[in-house]
Design a binder for this molecule. Structure first.
Ligand SMILES: Cc1cc2nc3c(=O)[nH]c(=O)nc-3n(C[C@H](O)[C@H](O)[C@H](O)COP(=O)(O)O)c2cc1C
Length: 168
């Protein structure tokens, strides 16, 4: 499908722009953190590794999200890279009911709540918060990590899919 916002009058330009961005296939993550309301999760795909030494990663938080204030204020958070089997989890943490139930997580010491499975989990301390337009870029220093493996859940043009090591 080709959308040219210059010539296709049926597609509002902001919609065309969002669709253009959707052409970048990504993994899918759930970020968890303790908040004033309790332990929360949010589905994201803006995760990026920034630096190896020190170990820095980032994700971008939409200021328009009802959970924005809670996540922007968190001192620690865990990023869970979701496996293909966790598609329902991605949908769940993209919607309203994002409070973690007690049986869904564990924690070590002062760390953020951790979901029980993820392809990769990165436990972070907030390094910097950078307001940028209608999002806040949250940079975290990775304090610990765990790798469980498995096929990845991917997101492309608004649809979920699966990516394994031999997908090509
Ligand atoms: C695949 C996927 C990726 C998403 N990526 C982000 C993201 O990177 N940053 C973000 O703030 N919200 C992202 N969202 C949206 C949030 O999960 C959530 O739906 C949004 O913040 C609205 O939440 P609210 O109901 O609490 O307002 C993504 C949603 C989906 C389904």
């Amino acid at each position: 499908m080709t959308i040219d916002p210059q010539t296709d009058a049926d597609v509002p330009e902001p919609v065309a722009y969002r669709r253009a961005l959707g052409g970048f296939a990504t993994g899918v993550c759930v970020v968890t953190a303790d908040t004033a309301d309790g332990p929360l999760g949010i589905t994201i795909n803006s995760f990026t590794s920034v630096s190896l030494e020190p170990r820095l990663v980032l994700w971008c938080l939409d200021e328009g999200s009802q959970r924005a204030r809670a996540f922007a204020g968190a001192e620690r958070f865990s990023i869970h890279v979701l496996g293909a089997e966790d598609r329902r989890m991605a949908a769940r943490f993209a919607r309203g009911d994002c409070m973690l139930a007690e049986e869904e997580y564990d924690r070590v010491g002062e760390g953020a709540p951790r979901l029980k499975h993820a392809i990769t989990r990165l436990d972070c301390r907030t390094w910097q918060r950078l307001p940028m337009g209608d999002h806040v870029t949250i940079v975290g220093e990775v304090e610990s990590f765990q790798v469980d493996g498995g096929d990845a859940l991917v997101f492309f043009r608004g649809h979920y899919g699966r990516m394994g090591e031999n997908s090509l």
